[in-house]
Design a protein around this ligand. Structure first.
Ligand SMILES: CC(C)(COP(=O)(O)OP(=O)(O)OC[C@H]1O[C@@H](n2cnc3c(N)ncnc32)[C@H](O)[C@@H]1OP(=O)(O)O)[C@@H](O)C(=O)NCCC(=O)NCCS
Length: 231
């Protein structure tokens, strides 16, 4: 496991093509569309991270994270995938653990959400529990007392970026104490950030409507990233 490292792809563009091919082997899309999606990755969400085996220099996994507009300090994880050749070796769990560390250290994230159809047990082993669906791209207005700031000093700015409204405090101390202190922070840090990517496309319409109610075919799950022992 010590050979596996999770890297933000916008600092490692050399892995772009390989990552696009890896994801497309699981969820087919045109290469151009996939590369465009990966190219939106930035420090302030959405962020695409690749799991690289440093011994072979091969990309073996990927996950994408976005901010949840409606819930302070919450993130939404998607497109989690381990290359078929390497599944069942604990690498998916390692990817998720390194991702959780990254989200706590870099963003002080409190809660991670995701939705899945079929991988519930995998996520439950990592400490996720089932929850109600959450609005990802807007919906419920935030309570008035959360509009300008939240308890962690993060500014909430609806105009900052269409894609997310929560700007982490620029002065966040990346060395702050977390549940896991054995983390190499330097790999997440660069002296200058690349430009932010364009806003993501709008939410697709719900797949099914029954008696006027949306029916979610996926299971939503969540995990507290801080204040609980890691699995
Ligand atoms: C889900 C996925 C990322 C897991 O990666 P992985 O490297 O195979 O996972 P791990 O080897 O870390 O699995 C950890 C444990 O969960 C178990 N596990 C893995 N997938 C499971 C599943 N679908 N159901 C139940 N248990 C599962 C493994 O057996 C292992 O158990 P163990 O620790 O007792 O041996 C991988 O299977 C994958 O890429 N699937 C296709 C894409 C996908 O469905 N992604 C999720 C989208 S929500």
């Amino acid at each position: 496991m010590e050979d596996l490292v999770l890297l933000p792809i916008h600092y490692h563009e050399e892995y772009m093509n390989e990552t696009a091919r890896l994801i497309n082997r699981e969820w087919q899309k045109s290469m151009a569309a996939r590369l465009l999606s990966l190219s939106t990755s930035c420090d302030e969400f959405p962020t695409s991270l690749v799991l690289v085996n440093q011994r072979t220099n091969l990309v073996v996994g990927h996950a994408k994270v976005s901010a949840v507009k409606t819930i302070p300090d919450a993130v939404y994880i998607e497109t989690v995938v381990i290359d078929r050749m390497y599944r069942g070796k604990g690498w998916g769990s390692e990817l998720m653990k390194q991702l959780h560390d990254y989200l706590v250290i870099k963003h002080n994230a409190q809660t991670a959400y995701l939705s899945t159809k079929g991988q519930e047990k995998f996520y439950m082993r990592l400490g996720y529990e089932k929850c109600e669906p959450i609005p990802l791209y807007g919906g419920f207005p935030l309570p008035a007392n959360q509009i300008n700031s939240n308890q962690n000093g993060n500014n909430i700015n609806e105009n900052a970026n269409n894609n997310h409204i929560i700007n982490n405090n620029q002065n966040t101390n990346l060395n702050q104490s977390t549940t896991n202190n054995n983390i190499n922070h330097s790999k997440y840090i660069k002296s200058s950030s690349p430009p932010k990517g364009p806003a993501p496309p709008p939410m697709p319409p719900p797949r099914k409507i029954h008696n006027g109610l949306k029916i979610h075919t996926k299971t939503f799950m969540k995990k507290q990233l801080q204040g609980e022992q890691d699995f």
